[in-house]
Design a protein around this ligand. Structure first.
Ligand code: ZN
Ligand code: ZN
Length: 111
């Protein structure tokens, strides 16, 4: 139920020039269609925000997936490296395992 902001009476739906309005007996009227579009825009904006948040969450997930393994760094000989896998080129090929030395940050890969 909508009330008139001018006099507080209940607004009724009416058609003026082919457009839907909420009208009051005091002469106040507001366009209904514009309100609908405005609501639709807000809903779409909210959806977009949610999708963006989802992508950010996924990125964080990928970072935490990196494991620390015993692997000797070819650069400095340190024996701890973090590892992760990446799908390269086509999905048919096996994924590549990457290692990054925890000490010197040297990155290398194994197939
Ligand atoms: Zn009124
Ligand atoms: Zn190293």
């Amino acid at each position: 139920m909508n009330f008139c902001p001018e006099c507080g009476s209940i607004l009724r739906k009416g058609i003026i020039d082919g457009k839907e309005y909420l009208v009051c007996k005091c002469g106040y009227k507001e366009l209904l269609e514009e309100d609908k579009e405005e609501t639709q825009k807000k809903v779409e904006k909210k959806k977009k925000e949610l999708e963006e948040n989802l992508i950010i969450v996924n990125k964080e997930d990928r970072i935490t997936v990196n494991l620390t393994v015993d692997r000797v760094c070819p650069e400095c000989g340190h024996n701890k490296a973090e590892t992760w896998q990446e799908q390269t080129r086509s999905a048919d090929e096996p994924s590549t395992t990457f290692f990054r030395c925890l000490k010197c940050k040297h990155t290398w890969r194994e197939y």
